[in-house]
Design a protein around this ligand. Structure first.
Ligand code: ADE
Length: 418
């Protein structure tokens, strides 16, 4: 078996951490039991480009239990947990191509290794596998029944392919399921982004001006948690509706040019490029902290920051201190890569349980329905989304009400008024 991981001797530690995570992933566990019996993915070659974490290892186990021949590569050069990668190779016999801190060349070499599996189903977090297949490796398209996409940024890229009529196989947008983005993007990113900043810096959030760029589900989660720790949260947005919501959620809203002058900690989660750039670095206070939690490392204009600095030093693990000519210091965390996975462990297992339940069931959906699917980006079917919510509630021991026949009838009628 071919693979490329940092060090197989880390496998024992990884296996224990994977087991620990599994305790918070009851929905995946139920799916695994069914997959083991029914083998819905038997004979399927599946290439997964995901953050290599304890949660991803649990997903890989489910897919393998369902009969898939799984191969995994990293979806970010800094997010791999090397002990987990080792455990997946050594104990789960899953070929993994991922090393934390790999350079860009190795990152793409690993994606190439994953696609050389000739996948029938692709599983992406950021659409890099699909981008490679739609670019240099079109020869592989004939084998692909469909793909899934985990994250907002990936779905945006795929919808752009679809709009340009260039999408070559159907995609299920896992990110768009309610049981994904309402929990993973909001509570997962909310907690893990702040966890990443804590681990990288050990700074106090209470009393700090925390500037959050982007008020999508991820930005909301971060804003909510920073506020809970006593920060003064400022939101920067381009969408009037989201800006209005942020105002009524109780935050100050202002353009980044204004926020740049007063912020202590800046967090970008927009999915767009150069959100923090030269003109902002110029007016920031000395000692500010810049972190990105969007998918790609493009939201902070790092080349501009480098160009205007007279020196750079690594002052702590995951913290680069840039000194500008007047002596002002700007601290960049995790090379501008998603800080929750670079400096912490990503979203907690409890929310990844639902995200990855969507992945597993979407793979099964593609297997069963590919003949009917077009070259389009599909939502996760509503019955799958609802079932995951039901299973999660059940596993959490929370009971809910059901409509009485009279209430059902009322909701279906149009005649009855007051
Ligand atoms: N994306 C964000 N957090 C993650 C995690 N813990 N595992 C895999 N992908 C993630």
């Amino acid at each position: 078996m071919k693979y490329d991981v940092k060090d197989l001797s880390l496998a024992k530690k990884g296996a224990l951490r994977i087991e620990w995570a599994s305790e918070e992933m009851p929905v995946l566990k139920l799916i695994k039991e069914r997959f083991r019996k029914e083998k819905p993915l038997k004979g399927i070659r599946l290439s997964a480009c995901l953050h290599v974490t304890t949660e991803t290892a649990n997903l890989a186990e489910v897919l393998s239990a369902g009969g898939a021949d799984v191969r995994v590569c990293a979806s970010n050069p800094l997010s791999t947990q090397d002990d987990v990668a080792a455990a997946m190779v050594k104990y789960m016999k899953v070929p993994v191509f991922a090393i934390k801190g790999e350079d860009s060349k190795t990152y793409y070499k690993h994606i190439t290794a994953a696609v050389e599996h000739k996948p029938n189903i692709t599983m992406d977090d950021g659409a890099d596998v699909i981008s490679v297949i739609h670019g240099k490796r079109r020869d592989l398209v004939k084998d692909v029944l469909g793909g899934t996409e985990e994250t907002t940024t990936g779905v945006i890229r795929l919808k752009s392919l679809e709009r340009q009529n260039m999408l070559l196989f159907p995609i299920v947008a896992v990110n768009d399921a309610n049981t994904k983005h309402l929990f993973d993007n909001r509570y997962g990113t909310g907690q893990s982004t702040i966890d990443g900043i804590f681990r990288a810096t050990n700074i106090l959030f209470a009393g700090k001006n925390v500037v959050v760029s982007g008020y999508g589900w991820c930005g909301r989660g971060v804003a909510m948690r920073a506020e809970g720790m006593g920060s003064n949260v400022i939101i920067c947005e381009v969408d009037p509706l989201k800006a209005l919501e942020a105002t009524m959620d109780g935050y100050r809203v202002m353009p980044i040019a204004d926020a740049a002058r007063i912020g202590d900690i800046f967090i970008t989660l927009t999915g767009d490029i150069n959100v923090l750039r030269k003109e902002h670095f110029k007016t920031m206070k000395s000692g500010v902290i810049l972190a990105n939690s969007g998918h790609f490392n493009v939201e902070i204009d790092i080349p501009a920051l480098k160009a205007m600095s007279k020196s750079v030093r690594q002052i702590r693990e995951f913290v680069e201190e840039f000194t500008l000519p007047g002596g002002k210091k700007i601290n960049l965390l995790g090379e501008g890569r998603l800080i929750n996975l670079a400096a912490a462990e990503g979203h907690p297992s409890c929310v990844m349980d639902m995200s990855f339940a969507n992945q597993a069931l979407s793979a099964e959906f593609i297997r069963k329905n590919h003949a009917k699917l077009k070259r389009k980006v599909y939502c996760v079917p509503e019955d799958i989304d609802k079932e995951i919510a039901r299973l999660k509630l059940k596993a959490t021991g929370i009971k809910i009400d059901t409509l009485t026949p009279e209430q059902k009838k009322y909701l279906e009628s149009w005649e009855i008024g007051t």
